[in-house]
Design a binder for this molecule. Sequence first.
Ligand SMILES: Nc1ncnc2c1ncn2[C@@H]1O[C@H](COP(=O)(O)OP(=O)(O)O)[C@@H](O)[C@H]1O
Ligand SMILES: [Mg+2]
Length: 720
Amino acid sequence: MADALITIVLRNLNAILEGEVRPLVAVAGELKKLSSSFTAIQALIADAETQQIENKSVRDWLKKLKDVAYDVDDVLDEWRILHLTSGSHVSDDKVRACSFSPLLFFKKLKSQRRISNRIKTIRERLDEIGDEKIKYQFSEVRRVETHDHRKTTSLVDKSEIRGRSEDQDIVISKLLCREGKGIDVISLVGTGGIGKTTLAQLVYNDEKVKNHFTRRIWVCLTEDFSITGVTKMIMEDVTGSACNLSELNTLQTQLVERLQNELFLLVLDDVWNGDQTEWERMRLPLKCGKHGSKILVTTRSEKVARAVGANYIHNVIGLSNDECWLLFSSRAFAGRERDEYMELEDTGRQIVEKCKGVPLSVKTIGSVMQRKRTAEDWECILKSEIWAILEEAEKGIIPALLLSYYNLPIHLKQCFAYCSIFPKDYWIQKDTLVQLWMAQGFISTEKGSEVEEVGGDYFDDLLRHSFFQDIESDNKGNIIRCKLHYLVHDLARYIAESECRTADAGKVEPYSIRYRHSSLLSLDGPFHNLRSSRTLLLLGRSRIQKIPPKLFDHVKFLRALDLSGSHITQLPCSIAKLRHLRYLNLSRTDIVELPESMDSLCNLKSLKLNRCASLCNLPKGTSKLISLRHLEIEETQELKHTPQGIGRLSSLRTLSKFVVQDEDGCNIGELGNLDLLSGSLEIKNLEKVAREDEARKAELKKKQHLQTMILHCEEKTKDE
Ligand SMILES: Nc1ncnc2c1ncn2[C@@H]1O[C@H](COP(=O)(O)OP(=O)(O)O)[C@@H](O)[C@H]1O
Ligand SMILES: [Mg+2]
């Protein structure tokens, strides 16, 4: 990840050095020195990253290097902010017009000096780190950037499943059998990635099974297991809607009502908890089902299978070499001619053997090989040390996955590792993920390309590398959301260990470590350890109602803040201190209005306020959010005004709703400038459009990227 970070820093450094507003000579000198020091170190990083798996001091060295790189990035961003807000950004008419003011000039000079001194201190730190590198004798590794944009492999679907028909038949016969008394439990046991969930899915969706049971319920447990939690999940699957009950007794009584007289199949995927008493309590309401109802449990542990009182345990073992080969070659050779891959077959079969029948490994490594063209590249993977290192390191990480990670292009590495911020089994929204990557500066674009589009390509690439699964698309085939396999999640977490803190219910990570990216379940202090935070996501339908007043004083370098789903009604004015903020998600909160001070968030790119049912006002100064690209305000019934001047935000790509007002309010002509709008736009109060020329100014026909436009007109006048 250090590699990717340094790439970003170098990009930002060069952007300033080559930018329109040149820094003072002294600053420029320091920046150039920084740039050359980073470039010298960058050549060695690939080697350092491999060595760190085994060598802790290399890991520490890399950490120090990253700390410096992050600090540089923050200072550079401050430089940008200074220049964005001081009015010297004249080429950009989005910024308020400026006139020369001596006071401003000296203030700016002072800030420049301050920044210059900070850069100098940082550069000295970097030089020290640079000197240390000699100790490790890293070798230079030539960076091979593969820009492979072939989109040949199809997404994972049934047609990709190999083998398992025997397993299916056995498990199905156990499910359909009506002998025995009570409700049978059947367990599928096997190591991670071997295909338990897949087998469970196959039988769950089998026609005979579908016809046999009157109700089928699927619940995925991952590591979190509380009786109340599981019962609630079962209820939610049964009713098909969110469940607000939190009292076990009520939950169980209601579940009994729902399941009485049903012949049900309940799948509990990935059970970890082997506590027999808890299990018995959880199972109590399930006894009301009809005779012949079944519970199918998948678990990695034999012990759990016994604890749940399984009447039958089915061991899920690895696929045969031939089945693995079929799975592997369908990925690795996709889009190639037979004579092109004949010579690779022998090496390929040896690689497949190393996967020990684990389909997750086979699939992942198959995706890696698809990008390797020569026999030499193939040999290199076969001989990689990683197959052996990890077995010793016993990190629980599958070698094939780690190899696949190391074979990702640099820009994808950090995008992938960042995903570890989400808890296990979390539905990751594609759009949101791309916006979070944007906020962190992970996406590099060339002139003329849209950062959102490039981010979408990154996502698709990770998907092709088999890092995402359970893809869900809308009816037009656009991907909406996905998940990570838990082993892939473990891998991401292993890589981002020192940078990302993941909120998993029941697990509290130590606050003593200064993580860069955190997902949290609550906002309790102490906050001083959040000082280096760049991402804060509040997850798990948080019940917090108020943001601790001091919070924003401690997280000044934050790039992304997500408080969605909480019960907050307002944001403190101190939000203005988050000048680096790019992403703010307040969707589904009880927020009523936003503080006016927000207009100083000149970096903000995404402001998400979807489904804020109480929201009545946006700040008057919204038009000063000059970097804003996405203003998402879907389903905000109480929001009856669009702030005046919004037409100046010519970078806007998303504006979910526009409310037309009378002459002295926001009139429809403001849409004229917003030619980049895409997705969906809802225009309300069209009856208030007073004159034809105003409507013409809106230039609606120029909005080529819009997919949907919804027009509302309350009451027609004669002219309309
Ligand atoms: N028989 C199979 N053929 C092809 N792919 C498979 C097969 N079994 C599993 N997979 C793939 O391997 C990965 C891991 O499988 P999964 O069922 O999630 O494993 P587990 O639940 O045992 O951890 C998934 O991406 C799945 O699509
Ligand atoms: Mg599973």
